[in-house]
Design a protein around this ligand. Structure first.
Ligand SMILES: *[C@@H]1O[C@H](CO)[C@@H](O)[C@H](O)[C@H]1NC(C)=O
Length: 278
């Protein structure tokens, strides 16, 4: 089923439910960078409880107890992943409560410890920016061996995973703008985060949220390599699972084509990290 058909089906069948619960889907909430509320998700009395953290993040909130849920993807050395606030739970168990862990201080979040990121490719394409890479997931409170799962601004109740999670980037205009459609898969010591450009026509397709069991290789195929840190310009991959219907009605499912690197700039491991010994 394509995203558009799914949306149409949702609109047709569940409008009364949405009104009854009073939930505004996270994907419909738009913010400018200077107008972020304390909490994006103000729903109370819902089955999944309230938003775990907050969206106004600053030097006061930064550090190992931060519950900041405003994330960024700006460049090779400046991005965040959604990970647990405490260890002991799988991604699947607490995807609604993930908080932002960032490669650098300065965002009011937790800071990803040195030695966590073991290789990453940052890619900027006409439709999105993404980071894909390898990590020691236990350093960001994930369980060793957890195959992980998907975070995105949807979810069965449309409050997002995490609930109230926001993603911003300055990669497109130089100023911070909200990426409305995005997906982040963390698990099996890999991560991938793709932020789709809301100004482009294909954001919902490129950042499709329905292939949550398929992981990075399917949703964000890349040329990331362990031990390599590179920033690339690329063309766009095919949207995950592109279906084509021929004139005679034959449906074919295309293999996902990963992006093609146009140019890449490698950075050494030491330059990539902001501190620490290697
Ligand atoms: C810093 O963030 C906290 C938590 O969101 C908020 O309560 C506080 O008002 C912020 N401080 C400033 C100076 O914006």
């Amino acid at each position: 089923m394509t995203h558009l058909i799914l949306l149409a089906a949702l609109a047709a069948t569940s409008f009364s439910v949405v009104v009854a619960q009073g939930i505004v889907p996270l994907v419909d909430k738009r913010f400018t960078y200077d107008n972020i509320p304390y909490r994006v998700d103000t729903d109370v009395g819902q089955p999944r409880g309230e938003q775990r953290g907050y969206n106004i993040c600053n030097s006061t909130t930064e550090g190992p107890s931060s519950l900041c849920q405003t994330a960024f993807i700006n460049s090779l050395d400046d991005f965040c992943l959604w990970a647990p606030a405490e260890s002991g739970h799988t991604v699947g168990e607490i995807e609604g409560e993930m908080i932002a862990w960032c490669t650098k201080p300065g965002h009011g979040t937790r800071v990803i410890p040195d030695g966590t990121i073991l290789g990453v490719q940052f890619t900027k394409s006409p439709d999105y920016v993404q980071v894909v890479g390898f990590m020691d997931q236990t350093k960001i409170n994930m369980i060793a061996g957890d195959a992980g799962g998907e975070m995105d601004p949807h979810g069965a109740d449309r409050r997002g995973n995490p609930m109230g999670g926001l993603l911003f980037t300055n990669a497109w205009t130089g100023g911070m703008i909200q990426s409305v459609e995005w997906h982040n898969f963390n698990g099996a010591n890999m991560f991938c985060l793709k932020a789709c450009d809301p100004r482009g026509p294909r954001a919902p397709q490129m950042c499709e949220h329905i292939y949550d069991t398929q992981g990075c290789g399917f949703n964000t195929p890349s040329n990331a390599r362990r031990g390599a840190f590179e920033s690339c310009a690329s063309d766009s991959q095919n949207p995950p699972r592109t279906r084509r219907t021929s004139a005679s009605g034959v449906v074919t499912v295309q293999h996902v084509r990963k992006h093609r690197d146009l140019w890449c700039e490698r950075q050494c491991y030491r330059a990539y990290t902001w501190s620490g010994e290697y």
